[in-house]
Write a protein that binds this ligand. Structure first.
Ligand SMILES: Cc1cc2nc3c(=O)[nH]c(=O)nc-3n(C[C@H](O)[C@H](O)[C@H](O)COP(=O)(O)OP(=O)(O)OC[C@H]3O[C@@H](n4cnc5c(N)ncnc54)[C@H](O)[C@@H]3O)c2cc1C
Length: 469
């Protein structure tokens, strides 16, 4: 059995590759077929048991939050960043103009499939001017980024509509099927080895697109090493998820919806930034392979909490002799998990400054109640490297000048928040790797880090494959 195009991973990058192929008039028949391979379930079958049992039960073989049709997107917050300044380094590869053009085009597809019409963060009013003024005084850069917010529930409906559209138009989707390896001979990728409940099968294909997301970044790193796929170690972000009362964030939430602030605190001047702000949101746990528990944040369109959460991320780059950023971040995560007995750890900012751990009973003494109920109070500084911790503390002090009260003693810091974008696969502007017929997209390629940019890379891939045909 042979396919024209085999796409591994049904996250936004993989889905939009197939979608754009169809939109560009790709005709599927017995000789021209598209296969989409996904190790998780169909979108309507994805279900996180946490809603019933109240805590993460580390589902096996796959976590429903990060695997299945629509990838990490379906259960995500569904915030589409509409600026090419946000979402990864793809603009460096294809140029800012094309990246922005593709964002605008991809946005229309999201609208066609039911995304909400409103766009947040486009008006420049007196409040925003004041926030920017304070950011300048604090030494922070405020990045402008319009956001289309799908909301977690709406995102699932939207991706379900896309899934059915692909199936109705002849795209073959194999769920619960994992790509184990690539079939590469003499510098040409000729297919993939797939594993499902019945065992392994080799499947031939002319064009192989790998879009395995953050979860697949580790796997892809091994595949790159095994098959000499040109790549370079990328960046890894290590940080915390910060939670405070909505009252503290009120002005910024109202004026900006999502504040993207970047700073370079002393003494190292590493890049530190805010990410994924969830007004009225909920802190969440997600589990990566090897039972690594990491923290994230959600916000729902209709269900709101009293708190706002956002990530503070410190970028880490390594040169030599060490060049395994993913392994480094994993070790930090494992150490934190070990101290939290397998749970996400939470500590009050004031306790960090006072050099003491936080006790569970102390959490109930604050105005602020943690939205991640199964987080364990402890001492995140016992696991966080000194440099990352100092960067986070200094950045929080800077943020306090923009958001007074942010550096309050009761502010909660959850750890570990890790973002693996590593292993940047070397590609040209046609998304060709050094292996003929092999392309790598989305978060696993190291070029994107968000729903919109991953979708855009898929759209571009769909166009490039149509041109080739
Ligand atoms: C909780 C959460 C909230 C988020 N919120 C936002 C947000 O609001 N805005 C935003 O822009 N981004 C957000 N993100 C990030 C966003 O979801 C990702 O950047 C985006 O989904 C990346 O798309 P992708 O297609 O590259 O990978 P993914 O969406 O991760 O999809 C990859 C798919 O490949 C599958 N896969 C992996 N390995 C294999 C294999 N070997 N064989 C077969 N299948 C495989 C996985 O099961 C997965 O379904 C969030 C992420 C999470 C986890």
């Amino acid at each position: 059995m042979s396919y024209d195009v085999i796409i591994i991973g049904a996250g936004p990058a993989g889905i939009f590759t197939a979608l754009e192929l169809l939109r560009q008039g790709y005709a599927i028949d017995d000789d021209h077929r598209i296969l989409l391979v996904e190790k998780g379930k169909a979108v309507e079958k994805r279900h996180c048991p946490k809603a019933e049992v109240g805590q993460c039960v580390s589902c096996k073989p796959n976590c429903a939050i990060t695997t299945g049709f629509s990838g990490a997107g379906a259960f995500s917050d569904g915030k589409l960043s509409l600026s090419c300044e946000v979402g990864g380094e793809l603009p460096n590869l294809i140029g800012e103009e094309l990246a922005q053009e593709l964002i605008d085009y991809t946005d229309t597809i999201y609208l066609e499939f039911g995304a909400a019409k409103e766009v947040e963060g486009i008006t420049e009013n007196e409040e925003i001017k004041e926030i920017r003024h304070n950011a300048i005084k604090a030494g922070l850069r405020l990045v402008d980024c319009p956001i289309r917010h799908l909301g977690t529930e709406k995102a699932q409906q939207l991706y379900y509509a896309i899934q059915q559209h692909l199936l109705d138009n002849g795209v073959e989707i194999r769920f619960n099927t994992e790509c184990e390896n690539l079939l590469i001979e003499d510098g040409v990728c000729k297919g993939v080895t797939l594993r499902d409940k019945d065992g392994c099968t080799d499947v031939a294909g002319n064009e192989i697109v790998i879009a395995t997301g953050r979860r697949g970044a580790d796997w892809l790193e091994h595949i790159c090493a095994e098959h000499h796929i040109a790549h370079a170690p990328g960046t890894v972000d290590i940080g915390v998820r910060v939670e405070c009362r909505n009252e503290v964030m009120e002005k910024v939430n109202r004026a900006l919806y999502e504040s993207k602030l970047i700073g370079y605190p002393k003494p190292w001047k590493n890049k530190v930034r805010t990410f994924c702000q969830n007004p009225g949101g909920f802190v969440a746990q997600e589990n990566y392979d090897n039972d690594l528990a990491v923290v994230n944040g959600h916000s729902y369109k209709d269900k709101k909490s009293d708190n706002t959460n956002l990530a503070i991320l410190v970028s880490h780059n390594f040169t030599e002799p060490f060049n395994q950023p993913i392994a480094y971040a994993q070790k930090v995560g494992e150490l934190t998990n070990m101290l939290g007995a397998g749970h996400i750890m939470v500590q009050r900012y004031g306790d960090i400054l006072d050099g003491k751990r936080t006790w569970q009973k102390e959490l109930s003494r604050s105005n602020l109640r943690p939205t991640l109920k199964d987080a364990v109070a402890g001492d995140i500084t016992a696991a966080m490297p000194y440099r990352a911790m100092t960067n986070i503390i200094e950045f929080i002090k800077m943020l306090d000048m923009v958001v007074p009260g942010f550096a309050s003693p009761e502010t909660l810091l959850y750890s570990p928040e890790l973002k693996f974008y590593s292993n940047k696969v070397k590609m040209d502007e046609n998304l060709d790797t050094n292996i003929r017929g092999l392309h790598c997209l989305g978060d696993s390629s190291g070029w994107t880090r968000g729903l919109m940019m991953a979708s855009v890379m898929g759209v571009l891939m769909g166009r490039k494959l149509t041109e080739k045909k």
